[in-house]
Design a protein around this ligand. Sequence first.
Ligand code: GLP
Length: 241
Amino acid sequence: MRVVIVGSAHDAAAYGCDLFLGQLHDKPTSVFGLATGSTPLALYQALIDAHRNQGISFAQVTTFNLDEYVGLAGDHSQSYRHFMQRNLFDCIDVAPENTHVPNGMAENAELACAEYEAQIMNAGGIDLQLLGVGRNGHIGFNEPSSSLVSRTRVKTLTEGTIADNARFFADGEYQPSLSLTMGIGTIMDARRVLLIATGDSKADAMRAAIEGPVSAACPASILQMHADAIVVMDEAAAAKL
Ligand code: GLP
């Protein structure tokens, strides 16, 4: 695990953007694993800027998102599909059919998860997987106690995660308590993993992930076992190391 501490959230996004653009340069047909949440937004904006200002093309890229809420259709304003369209896909030249987000409306969720795994495999596996981290150390929606070898499946969200994400939902709006998420084993299969953590609310999780034991109690700690994992933090997220 390579640990990189930078001065600010802006610097963390710039570091991540360089990694993505380097990967794209080396392999224009790269398969990217993508994440939602507020952390990746600055990185996505940097990729959009690279597309608009430097002519960087994503036309041959394939993407797979980590997770989606069960019960929200892709056009729901709080779905992760909608988040990705608004914050990245609609602003670059990625082919719509090459973007994948788990289907939160699937009638047979178990089958949809198995198909998602097969799609990742058929695409040749993920070259670079982007991760944020929850305050409890979750990655994707793999909450503490998730199996460290889990695959894409339905997961219950913890009360803390539901509370953390409530800020994105309007008062009284339905907020799901179930998700479809890539498993920890799925994430570990990516050839390279980049986790970005910014802000002091992530400091405890990052101490557990980097200095604690590898444990299902802190899902992000599994990255200690990955051959090519890079963890980029701002000083606030790294404050308790
Ligand atoms: C959600 C997502 C995670 C993300 C986390 C942290 O739970 N499923 O993938 O890492 O939020 O979000 P934020 O970056 O907003 O702190």
